[in-house]
Ligand binder design. Structure first.
Ligand SMILES: *Cc1c(COP(=O)(O)O)cnc(C)c1O
Length: 381
C-alpha cells in the first residue's frame, strides 16, 4: 500500500501538483487559436476549406502514405475503411477482444460479425500466432477469399489494433493475411507517430484508420481519417464520405447511398496546429515515460515496456500489477486521490452485444485485462 501512496505523490508532482490529474489531456500551445480564428474570419468553418486539404496532405506525409482522407471521427473512418476493403452484410471480420468498443462497432455498422482472436502479451495487439492457428483450424481458402468452416461466412477483413500506441506484430499479420487472401485494415486510432521497423502505423494495411478525438495524442476536437497507398480507394473514401455526390458546380446528383462523414474545416484547423507541435508533444511524453521508468523500478511496480522492433508514440502508459486484487486496489487508491487511472477496456465478448461472437482461448487478453492499469500520460507541458 505504501508504494501506492508514493505513486500518487510522484504522479501529482509530474503534473505540477494539479488538483486532478487526468488520464490524458490535450495541450494547446501553438497556433490553435490563430487557425481557428482564420476559419471564422473566412466563414469557412464547415465542410469546405483549406485546412481539411492541408491536414490530409500533412497526415499522408507523416505516415508516408499516398493519401489521407479526413473524417468526422475515428469510428466512421474505420467503418468506411472496412466498407472499401470489401466488407459486406453477413461477412465476418477478425479482430481482437482487447480493444475499444469502436473497433467492433464499426464492423457491426456494416452488418458484419466480429471474430475475436487473442493478443500477444508483449504488444497488447493481435497475435499473429493465434491468428494463424485460428485460420488453420477454421479457414477454408477458396478462389475469392477465405471462408469460416464453422459458419460458412466469408472472412472479409482482419483488423489488428495497435493498443496504447504499441505496434502489434504487423509484418507477420500482413503476411498471414496475404496467404489467406484477407485484406488488412489497421485500427491505428491510438498509434499516430508509432512505427514498426521504421514503417509508420497506418501504412501496412490496404486502408487504415486514425482518430483525433480529444483523448488521443493529437486532437481535432472530434475527428478521424483513413490512410492508404491506393489512390483509387482514397478517392472512393472521399466520395463515399461526401454523400457520393457526382462533382458538379451546381447540380446535386448522387450515385449511391453515401455518408456525410467529412471533417469540418474548423476541426481540421485545430488538427493542423496540433500537428505542428506533434514532435514536442511526443518528446514531453517520452520524458514522462522515462521518469516513470526510474520511479516504478524504485517502488517495485512493473511499468509496461515498449515492444521490440518498434518506435512508440508514448500515447498511453500503463503498469501491470500482480493480480486483479492488486489492480483493483491500485485503481481505487489512485482515483480516490484525484489521480485518474483506469483498467483496460472490458473484453468485447463480455459485452452483451458481442457475447455470442466466435472467439479463441483469449488467454493473454484475459491475463492482461485483469492486471493492467493505464496511468496519466498527457504531455506535461
Ligand atoms: C479512439 C478509438 C477509436 C475511435 O475513435 P473516435 O474518434 O472516438 O470515434 C477506434 N478504435 C480505437 C482503438 C480507439 O482507441
Amino acid at each position: 500500500m505504501s508504494n501506492f501512496s508514493k505513486t500518487i505523490g510522484f504522479i501529482k508532482n509530474q503534473f505540477y501538483k494539479k488538483s486532478v490529474v487526468q488520464l490524458h489531456e490535450p495541450v494547446f500551445f501553438g497556433n490553435e487559436k490563430k487557425y481557428l480564428n482564420d476559419t471564422i474570419e473566412s466563414t469557412f468553418v464547415s465542410s469546405v476549406g483549406e485546412y481539411v486539404t492541408k491536414f490530409e496532405k500533412e497526415l499522408s506525409i507523416l505516415t508516408n502514405t499516398k493519401k489521407a482522407v479526413a473524417m468526422v471521427n475515428g469510428t466512421s473512418a474505420l467503418q468506411i475503411a472496412l466498407k472499401i476493403a470489401g466488407v459486406k452484410s453477413d461477412d465476418e471480420v477478425i479482430t481482437q477482444a482487447l480493444t475499444f468498443v469502436a473497433t467492433a462497432n464499426a464492423v457491426s455498422y456494416l452488418n458484419a460479425k466480429p471474430i475475436f482472436i487473442d493478443v500477444d502479451i508483449d504488444t497488447y495487439g493481435l497475435s499473429p500466432k493465434a491468428l494463424e492457428d485460428f485460420l488453420l483450424e477454421h479457414g477454408d481458402l477458396r478462389e475469392n477469399g477465405t471462408y469460416n468452416k464453422k459458419t460458412n461466412r466469408r472472412i472479409a477483413a482482419c483488423v489488428p489494433m495497435h493498443s496504447f500506441g504499441f505496434m502489434c506484430k504487423i509484418d507477420e499479420i500482413v503476411n498471414i493475411c496475404k496467404n489467406w487472401k484477407i485484406p488488412v485494415v489497421e485500427d491505428a486510432a491510438e498509434a499516430l507517430g508509432s512505427s514498426f521497423k521504421s514503417k509508420s502505423a497506418g501504412n501496412f494495411g490496404l486502408i487504415n484508420s486514425f482518430s483525433f478525438n480529444g483523448n488521443k495524442i493529437i486532437t481535432s476536437g472530434g475527428g478521424g481519417a483513413i490512410t492508404t497507398n491506393n489512390l483509387i480507394l482514397a478517392e472512393k473514401a472521399k466520395y463515399l464520405t461526401t454523400t457520393a455526390k457526382i462533382p458538379h458546380k451546381w447540380n446535386y446528383e448522387h450515385s449511391e447511398i453515401g455518408y456525410n462523414f467529412r471533417m469540418p474545416n474548423l476541426n481540421a484547423a485545430l488538427a493542423c496546429a496540433q500537428l505542428e507541435n506533434f514532435n514536442k508533444i511526443k518528446k514531453n511524453k517520452k520524458s514522462l515515460y522515462e521518469e516513470y521508468c526510474l520511479f516504478f523500478k524504485s517502488v517495485g511496480i512493473k511499468l509496461v515496456d515498449i515492444p521490440k522492433n518498434s518506435e512508440w508514440n508514448y500515447w498511453l502508459m500503463s503498469v501491470i500489477l500482480d493480480n486483479k486484487k492488486e489492480r483493483d486496489m491500485f485503481l481505487s487508491e489512485t482515483n480516490k486521490n484525484q489521480v485518474c487511472t483506469r483498467p483496460v477496456w472490458e473484453l468485447m465478448f463480455n459485452l452483451p452485444m458481442y457475447k455470442n461472437c466466435q472467439k479463441d482461448s483469449q488467454t493473454n487478453a484475459k491475463f492482461l485485462q485483469a492486471r493492467t492499469v493505464n496511468i496519466p500520460s498527457g504531455s506535461t507541458r
